[in-house]
Design a protein around this ligand. Structure first.
Ligand SMILES: NC(=O)c1ccc[n+]([C@@H]2O[C@H](COP(=O)([O-])OP(=O)(O)OC[C@H]3O[C@@H](n4cnc5c(N)ncnc54)[C@H](OP(=O)(O)O)[C@@H]3O)[C@@H](O)[C@H]2O)c1
Length: 410
């Protein structure tokens, strides 16, 4: 395909899109760096011009497209090899772009964590992507790269050391510092609203294998941390990790797409480690109560209105530049093989998980799709995960240019 641009960032005016635009501006096309021919797109010329001015890229091309305007979206896709989308909530604004990319053979990545929407996109457009050759990669941010790539890394290390894969892996967030943006809150509130309108969706949301191919054959009952739980493996109290709802689904899809190398009874779960003793238990209890209050508040109209208007960040708002840089995360994996061998690994990232770090991860997924052409030649079109499509090459990129580190501890 002869496209004018390697990458177009659609939604460059969003909170995370602006950070991404700055990142691409810093990381590409200077001496000694990779060349990336990129442009930005959105629905407002004025706002796109402001982004250009902020990142000091006066010659950057801007394209105008509304997310619901299929003709404009098609015209944008015709000019790019890869579209990176930060226009969300994706369940509200994302479908036309996925449809056009899948039908036209344009590669695509995004930051969605909305599993119910991913499932709808799979059902509607997977055949089209397979036919056109488009590589569609959802979840290319904090959800779910550290989990998906962390499990991939852990399994490769286990295979190398023991000659077998783990059939159980537990992921624990040991430490994390960061905030939430209005766009992320809007996506979470939208899921709550969808469930209120269609209670049947609840069943989908608790299905760990929802986005696996229909013939996945997985039988294992998966464990979900929903209440304060003492974790013997990590010797501490755990609380629910809100991203587990999407990350675990992506990990199971990766296993299925790779041909079930970890086995059909592979077990994987995620939780937050919150400390030891009475204080740990108290913190876990407070987190469970806080999450419960948020979801109840979001489900009831008057409290939802108060949350949206007075408590939570609005679309376009999020952590400060200082918070984006100073944020971090430290994620641990404990794996066990069928013969009882154990492995511990970690993934650490510098930068606010959802924004400072997410924008770097997303930028590198886009660059990998656009520039590492040899990697994709034998990969047919379809809906991939980061680990199954980009594997080691993405880990190299993340470690070199996105401030992540993957390590075997023991
Ligand atoms: N996976 C992760 O780790 C992660 C991390 C961060 C964010 N996210 C997700 O990323 C998404 C963006 O988050 P954010 O906080 O950056 O959002 P945001 O600041 O609220 O931005 C939303 C973007 O969507 C654009 N938009 C809305 N309707 C549109 C339409 N009809 N046509 C074209 N553009 C339209 C907005 O354009 P205007 O500027 O013109 O209004 C803006 O660029 C959210 O879905 C969020 O959940 C995921």
């Amino acid at each position: 395909m002869n496209s004018q641009f390697d990458v177009i960032v659609f939604g460059a005016t969003s909170f995370v899109g602006q950070i991404l635009a700055q990142y691409l501006s810093d990381k590409f096309n200077h001496e000694g760096q990779e060349s990336l021919n990129w442009a930005i797109a959105g629905r407002s010329q004025t706002k796109l011009d402001e982004v250009k001015a902020t990142i000091k890229q006066p010659n950057l091309t801007t394209l105008i497209a509304d997310a619901q305007d299929e003709v404009a979206i098609k015209a944008m896709c015709d000019q790019a090899r890869v579209i990176i989308s930060t226009v969300g909530p994706y369940a509200l604004y994302g479908e036309t772009l996925v449809k056009v990319c899948a039908e036209s053979g344009t590669d695509y990545c995004d930051l969605t964590g909305e599993v119910q929407w991913i499932n709808r996109m799979l059902l509607k457009y997977e055949d089209a992507a397979k036919a056109s050759g488009a590589h569609i990669v959802h979840c290319s941010g904090f959800d779910s790269i550290p989990s998906d790539m962390g499990v991939y890394f852990t399994q490769k290390a286990a295979q190398k050391s023991f000659g077998e894969y783990c059939n159980t892996i537990a992921m624990r967030v040991k430490a994390a510092k960061g905030g939430a943006s209005g766009g992320t809150i809007a996506s979470m509130l939208n899921i709550t609203e969808e469930v209120m309108k269609d209670p049947a969706l609840r069943k989908d949301l608790v299905n760990p294998y929802l986005i696996c191919p229909k013939d996945h054959g997985f039988k294992a009952r998966q464990f979900d941390t929903r209440k304060p739980t003492f974790d013997k493996t990590f010797n501490g109290w755990t609380a629910p990790f809100i991203m587990a709802a999407i990350n675990t689904r992506v990990v199971f899809r990766s296993n299925a797409l790779a041909g079930n190398p970890y086995g059909t009874d592979f077990k994987y779960d995620e939780a937050m480690l919150v400390g030891k003793g009475f204080k740990g238990r108290l913190t876990a209890t407070a987190i469970v109560a806080g999450l419960g209050a948020f979801f109840i508040g979001a489900a009831i109209k008057p409290t939802r209105w108060v949350l949206e208007n007075y408590v939570l960040p609005k679309p376009g708002e999020g952590p400060s530049p200082k918070e984006q840089v100073e944020g971090y995360y430290d994620i641990r994996f404990a794996g066990k093989t069928p013969s009882g061998k154990e492995i511990r690994t970690k993934v650490i990232g510098q930068g606010d998980p959802g924004y400072g770090s997410t924008s770097q991860m997303l930028g590198q997924v886009g660059a990998c799709l656009a520039l590492d052409k040899d990697l994709l030649t034998d990969k047919e079109g379809g809906f991939w995960t980061t680990s199954t499509l980009l594997g080691d090459r993405l880990i190299e990129r993340l470690e070199k240019d996105a401030q992540l580190k993957f390590e075997v501890i023991s």
